[in-house]
Design a protein around this ligand. Structure first.
Ligand SMILES: C[S@@+](CC[C@H](N)C(=O)[O-])C[C@H]1O[C@@H](n2cnc3c(N)ncnc32)[C@H](O)[C@@H]1O
Length: 238
């Protein structure tokens, strides 16, 4: 399924995330032993540092990264956008539960065609979502388009690990344990078999950095997190 392209991939991904939306947060906590929360805090802080103004988180899912953006002192207001109504509903529950309706707006929308004018945002983030996009370059160029000149974007993504002992050790975890937990906790083994396959099919961290530079960003860089399983990328719009 990870090799699907275009509209077929988008349909598959939409169906998959609709089915697991109710267990999505619990699965993230279990699979990362809670570390995804720290990574998201770090991504939001990096994107917003010195960037007073509006922030956007594309493909927000249940909203954790958008909420982290909204907590950054520089950020005046945050938009969290996701393709799926079920995800936006979950994200909105968190916004209300945390009394953050004045600082975050969650909405449905397509990251491949953002409903905002050029240069609207001071910073932009994407968490664990580019892999699921039918057109990664289009999603990135939309993020760049809506950033103002000098604005920063930060991308948190699972990343194919460089070949070696560590990658050999993690492979059974990704391809065996994660689908098993997915079956037991989310009642959906195939969704969590897709996850490691989608990482195998995704750009490695150097390729993603090259793509960001190719889109005309400055100060492009990345850092590996989570024992090398995750990469945090950044870049600044010229
Ligand atoms: C793995 S989840 C990541 C959610 C969240 N960013 C996080 O870090 O937990 C991927 C999300 O991407 C969303 N998505 C996939 N394609 C999209 C698109 N074209 N536009 C907007 N959201 C999309 C899915 O609905 C899903 O909520």
């Amino acid at each position: 399924m990870a090799e699907l392209q275009g509209a077929e991939k988008q349909r598959y991904v939409a169906d998959l995330f609709t089915r697991i939306s109710g267990r999505y947060d619990l699965m993230n906590d279990l699979m990362t032993l809670g570390m995804h929360r720290r990574w998201k805090r770090r991504t939001a802080a990096l994107a917003a540092r010195g960037q007073a103004g509006l922030a956007i988180d594309i493909s927000s899912g249940t909203g954790d990264l958008a909420l982290e953006l909204a907590r950054q002192p520089e950020v005046e207001h945050t938009v969290g956008l996701d393709l799926l109504r079920d995800m936006v509903t979950q994200a909105n529950s968190k916004v209300h539960a945390r009394s953050m309706t004045g600082s975050v707006t969650m909405m449905t929308g397509d990251a491949l065609s953002l409903p905002f004018s050029d240069g609207s945002f001071a910073c932009a983030t994407a968490g664990f979502s580019l892999r699921n996009m039918p057109d990664v370059a289009q999603a990135l160029s939309e993020m760049v388009r809506v950033l103002r000149p000098g604005g920063r974007m930060a991308i948190l993504e699972l990343s194919p690990m460089p070949k070696g002992l560590r990658s050999a050790l993690f492979r059974p975890v990704f391809h065996g344990l994660v689908p098993l937990i997915g079956k037991l906790v989310a009642g959906n083994r195939s969704a969590y078999s897709y996850l490691p396959q989608s990482v195998d099919h995704f750009l490695d961290a150097d390729q993603l950095a090259e793509m960001l530079s190719g889109l005309g960003l400055d100060e492009v860089g990345y850092r590996r997190l989570g024992f090398g399983t995750v990469a945090l990328h950044w870049g600044v719009k010229k």
